[in-house]
Design a protein around this ligand. Structure first.
Ligand SMILES: NC(=O)c1ccc[n+]([C@@H]2O[C@H](COP(=O)([O-])OP(=O)(O)OC[C@H]3O[C@@H](n4cnc5c(N)ncnc54)[C@H](OP(=O)(O)O)[C@@H]3O)[C@@H](O)[C@H]2O)c1
Length: 278
């Protein structure tokens, strides 16, 4: 099977372009799901404190027999911990839960622009975490260009990635272009829109044309756009299917047909409106 390419982040760290997401995998199922993904060949796992399964991800990586240095692990700062001291403690807890001595990528999960802690303060805590040498890269999630502009103006370290909702119904061309212009890699969350795009007649037509499954053509569309993806599945056959993206390609017509499905439709909340603290 063709190998997974890497994307070089703005600090030189390489991240596998395809990973495995563990959102909504119950803790009791996470060790097994992550074990399967590592066995299939995934070397990038995307978790978060909010998902409640960091311990299980860490355990699966440690028990896999794959060297820790060969697996890229991302986690995220949860919404209740935006104040500086809370963020530093939350990062320590994430490392303890994973039982790792370093993390590959740590993200601010949501900007929460309406809460009483300014996300610039949160980002400065992320800079301290990065400076401690216990995290290879730091980034953000669900940030809009105007949130990023404030970070550029008021802090030192540029986020390495922005993890945002992207799929054919929400192509996010403006936020992605802003990232590209500022050396911020885009990570596309819910890349198959949690399954909702797979029955779309245009997706099915492209899949039939290239002799691949709907999920494969949608994931390949992301890869050819240069984004980083980490589809989630607890079904082994789908975990294998989603990994087989690097031995075919989509021509311009197929890319255009999938991009034309955009209708600016979100599955998740609007980052400018979302201020939820658990
Ligand atoms: N930063 C954020 O705010 C944020 C928000 C959401 C997600 N994320 C990240 O993005 C990752 C992926 O997003 P997601 O989990 O929301 O959704 P997704 O990966 O777009 O879709 C997952 C759903 O699609 C199904 N599926 C997977 N592969 C399939 C295939 N080949 N054919 C048919 N169905 C398939 C899965 O079912 P089964 O599992 O039953 O097989 C599951 O129901 C998350 O796990 C998380 O790491 C981040």
């Amino acid at each position: 099977m063709a190998s997974v390419p890497t994307v070089r982040l703005n600090n030189g760290v390489e991240i596998p372009q395809l990973g495995f997401g563990v959102f909504q995998i119950p803790p009791d199922d996470t060790v097994e799901a992550t074990r399967v993904a590592l066995e299939v060949g995934y070397r990038h796992i995307d978790t978060a404190e909010m998902y409640g399964n960091e311990k299980e991800v860490g355990r699966a990586v440690r028990e896999s027999g794959v060297d820790r240095s060969e697996v890229f692990v991302t986690s995220k700062l949860n919404n209740g911990f935006h104040a500086r001291d809370d963020a530093l403690k939350a990062f320590d807890q994430t490392l303890r839960d994973l039982d790792f001595d370093y993390l590959d990528l740590f993200l601010v999960h949501w900007p929460l622009p309406g809460i009483d802690v300014d996300y610039v303060e949160t980002w400065k805590a992320m800079e301290e975490i990065y400076a401690s040498g216990r995290c290879r890269a730091i980034g953000v999630s669900n940030f809009q260009p105007h949130h990023l502009r404030r970070l550029f103006a008021e802090s030192e370290v540029r986020p390495a990635v922005n993890q945002i909702e992207v799929h054919p119904y929400l192509t996010q061309d403006d936020v992605r272009a802003f990232g590209a212009d500022h050396q911020i890699a885009t990570e596309a969350w819910s890349p198959i829109a949690q399954g909702k795009v797979l029955d779309d007649p245009a997706v099915v037509r492209v899949a039939e044309r290239v002799g691949r499954t709907p999920a494969q053509v949608v994931l390949r569309w992301h890869v050819q756009r240069g984004d980083i993806v980490f589809p989630k599945s607890v079904t082994r056959s789908r975990v294998e299917e989603n990994f087989a993206l690097f031995d075919f390609s989509l021509d311009d017509d197929a890319m255009g047909d999938l991009s034309a499905l955009n209708r600016d439709e979100r599955i998740g909340p609007d980052p400018d409106e979302f201020n939820y603290i658990p």
